[in-house]
Design a protein around this ligand. Structure first.
Ligand code: SF4
Ligand code: ZN
Length: 729
């Protein structure tokens, strides 16, 4: 490492550790060593310290020990004469800095300084990490940028943020430069900063950027199943990040000692540093994949240079529309006062209908607007809309229509300034004034669909034509055909059972994070992330036979009740790198499927009730098993097979095969009100189908109780059937 950088990093590390020690001593003086400490919504205590020191810090006394470890890592203060021919000393200094910074951040609430507020979001809860996990594995979010400092002006800040968003890179922001922060600059430009828009402002101090490293450490814990511990474990966590987490640091503006020290900390993770100022470069020498520090990069070139240096693979599609687009713009809202034109919601009929046609009946690339265009109506107008997509393809099967149609939601959410909610005939679509002023027209909705369908489904879609009906007469004329198609598709899906097919589909997308995990997706059990069902697997295989979804022949039944087949087990053995021998599709007790980390819900056995509980990842409270979702997730995730615990997609609860090998739905004694609401009438209907019409009301949620004893009393009072079924384990 360059002598100058190493010296600055070591100086910065000394100052950081010193600051942590002073702040900590004050806190211990005012509170006590037993005072609790931690970040909200995580099961990983102070995650960076947990990863680097191997210590779970829950009290001030624990933190004191962790900071002592960091102090011991500090190399001696550099003098002019000191020559550091190797990275080691600076890297140790970097690691010590991260420990100190996380300590300082964690101590803030005790000092009356909130971690979040205004546009600052503070540290990320585990629930969001899991929700984003699926985007990390399927390439929608190929990496993240930790931006430290500020840009020369607001406009440049927005351009950099947009350039990163357009590449789907998650942007963390922290620290200041000359009293200015990148987040404040974006805020002044009216840029929406949330997890949904991939723009996450942590805090104004340099220390806040440690939350980005904490995010990376938790990726290794939650998705990689790595455990904290000693030196060996720490090394594995760092290697995991170097190999699987495509992150980098953008150093914006002049660097001080603390920023050099933080950068050295990030290099430990294999995250290179790209700087806009003239600092000494550090070329390849072992930790990062390519260069470690690249300097003097123009703001315009930063995203592409960073992507190249970190080796991030970006998939983008060229779409000839006048606004930026990509998954990072999916979550943006268009507020009422910003609307140029809107469709649907509760105001007008708005639906989308995709159907397949013979090859000669589709004119590829034809996009029409039948009815008024955006320029023909007053600002804020509400129009009806029928989005009618006709596709043709030699390998296109009618059952893929519903899959392609479901993608319309994400496709039309991607242009900046377009908001799309709902699906089928519950669509609500808004186009913003900004988009319109940039030249976006209703016709461009068709342009987006055309390019995305061609690009994402090249193997099954050969031709696309789109008609956008914006006059009431045509919309009403077309609607009955769409409604009939929705119903027919639902019936077809309903008739598809595990018995009616010979082939299930595997999904190995999450192996990029949980190397031994594989999902087996059956018609009656969707992937645990909730995002992939059997038909998706089938379509994905048609699109890319060498991709993450493979057909798996069931073969001879070994145990039909548990849901074990020879073909599936043979496949699992291979796909899990020999780690797992057997999977049961219908049991959470005997050879349950593994869970990566992005499950929508966790189902777990509740001893003493004869039943199970299901908790969704957004639920932050206590559960009757005495653990929060986050602590449960630690036991369940990381590609492990844990009898009694499984990660599931929420809709699996409605399946006839929902833990049918263990007694089925009648075992469900407690869930969160969010799950109950989401399943609603369909869950009631399932209760009736299994001959237990009053069961829905008997299932408790957090409004009834959050502890085991009161739950057992409740179950006895309502005569819940699980009590009679006997213990599961
Ligand atoms: Fe990951 Fe399973 Fe979802 Fe595939 S189906 S993305 S492996 S959780
Ligand atoms: Zn996963």
């Amino acid at each position: 490492m360059s002598k100058i950088i190493a010296a600055a990093a070591i100086r910065g590390a000394h100052a950081c550790v010193q600051r942590a020690e002073t702040t900590l001593a004050q806190a211990i003086g005012r509170h006590s060593r037993d005072a609790a400490i931690g970040f909200p919504g995580t099961a990983y205590a102070l995650p960076t310290i947990l990863a680097l020191v191997g210590k779970r810090v829950e009290k001030l006394g624990d933190l004191e020990e962790a900071v002592q470890v960091a102090r011991a890592w500090l190399p001696s203060e550099p003098t002019e004469r000191l020559w550091l021919p190797y990275l080691g000393a600076a890297l140790d200094a970097g690691a010590a800095t991260l420990v100190a910074q996380e300590a300082v951040e964690a101590l803030k609430p005790l000092r009356g300084e909130p971690l979040a507020g205004g546009f600052w979001l503070g540290p990320t809860p585990d629930s969001i990490l899991r929700e984003q996990g699926i985007k990390l594995v399927d390439g929608r979010m190929p990496g993240f940028a930790a931006c430290v400092g500020a840009l020369p002006d607001d406009e440049t800040a927005e351009r950099l943020a947009r350039d990163l968003q357009e590449r789907n890179i998650l942007v963390f922001m922290g620290g200041a430069c000359g009293g200015e922060t990148m987040a404040a600059q974006l805020n002044r430009r009216g840029v929406e900063m949330t997890w949904e828009t991939f723009l996450v402002p942590y805090g104004p101090n340099t220390s806040s950027i440690v939350h980005a490293l904490g995010f990376a450490c938790r990726a290794a814990f939650t998705f990689g199943g790595l455990r904290p511990g000693g030196l060996k474990e720490t090394r594995e966590i760092l290697l995991y990040n170097q190999r699987r987490v495509f992150a980098f640091v953008l150093a914006l503006g002049e660097l001080d000692d603390e920023k050099f020290a933080t950068a050295a900390g990030a290099i430990n993770f294999g995250f290179p540093v790209i700087s806009d100022t003239d600092i000494p470069e550090i070329l390849p020498s072992g930790i990062c994949t390519y260069e470690h520090v690249v300097s003097n990069v123009a703001h315009r070139d930063m995203p592409s240079r960073a992507v190249e240096v970190r080796g991030v693979k970006i998939r983008t599609v060229e779409i000839p529309i006048p606004v930026r687009h990509g998954p990072a713009f999916e979550g943006e809202r268009v507020r009422r006062e910003d609307v140029a034109v809107e469709f649907g919601g509760k105001y007008t009929r708005c639906f989308e209908y995709l159907t397949s046609r013979p090859m000669d009946q589709v004119q590829d690339g034809l996009i029409r607007v039948a009815g008024p265009e955006i320029a023909d109506v007053p600002e804020g107008a509400r129009l009806p809309l029928g989005i009618f997509v006709e596709v043709a393809g030699r390998k296109l099967q009618p059952e893929f229509e519903s899959i392609l149609e479901r993608h319309i939601h994400s496709f039309l959410s991607e242009p900046m300034g377009v908001m799309h909610l709902g699906q089928r005939d519950t669509v609500w679509l808004r186009i913003s004034k900004k988009a319109r002023d940039a030249g976006f027209r209703i016709e461009h909705l068709g342009t987006v669909l055309l390019h995305k369908l061609r690009n994402d489904f090249p193997a099954i879609v050969d031709k696309v034509q789109v008609t956008l009906f914006t006059n009431a007469e045509d919309v009403e004329r077309l609607y009955p055909a769409a409604a009939a198609a929705y119903q027919q598709r639902d019936e077809r899906m309903g008739a598809l059972t595990d018995e009616s097919v010979d082939i299930f589909y595997s999904c190995a997308l999450c192996q990029s994070y949980a190397p031994n995990h594989v999902c087996i997706i059956t018609p009656e059990r969707l992937g645990l992330c909730g995002a992939y069902n059997w038909l998706d697997g089938k379509a994905a295989y048609e699109i890319n036979p060498l991709g993450g979804n493979l057909p798996v022949r069931k073969g001879d039944a070994i145990d039909p009740a548990l849901g074990q087949w020879k073909g599936i087990n043979d496949f699992i053995r291979n796909a899990s790198n020999g780690v797992f021998e057997r999977f049961s599709a219908y049991s959470m007790i005997n050879d349950p499927m593994t869970s990566c980390g992005c499950f929508e819900c966790i189902a777990c056995v509740l001893p003493g009730t004869g039943g199970i509980m299901i908790v969704d990842r957004e639920y932050a409270g206590q559960t009757p098993v005495g653990m929060t979702f986050s602590s449960l997730a630690e036991m369940t995730g990381g590609g492990q097979q844990t009898p009694g615990f499984i990660g599931i997609g929420t809709l699996y609860v409605l399946s006839r095969k929902f833990i049918s090998g263990d007694g089925g739905l009648a075992r469900l004694v407690w869930t969160t009100s969010r799950v109950k609401q989401r399943l609603g009438d369909k869950l009631r209907q399932r209760c009736e189908e299994i001959g237990k019409p009053g069961l829905y009301e008997k299932i408790a949620d957090e409004t009834v109780c959050t502890e085991l004893e009161p739950l057992i009393e409740h179950l006895a009072a309502v005569e819940h059937p699980a009590l009679e079924m006997g213990e599961m384990i």
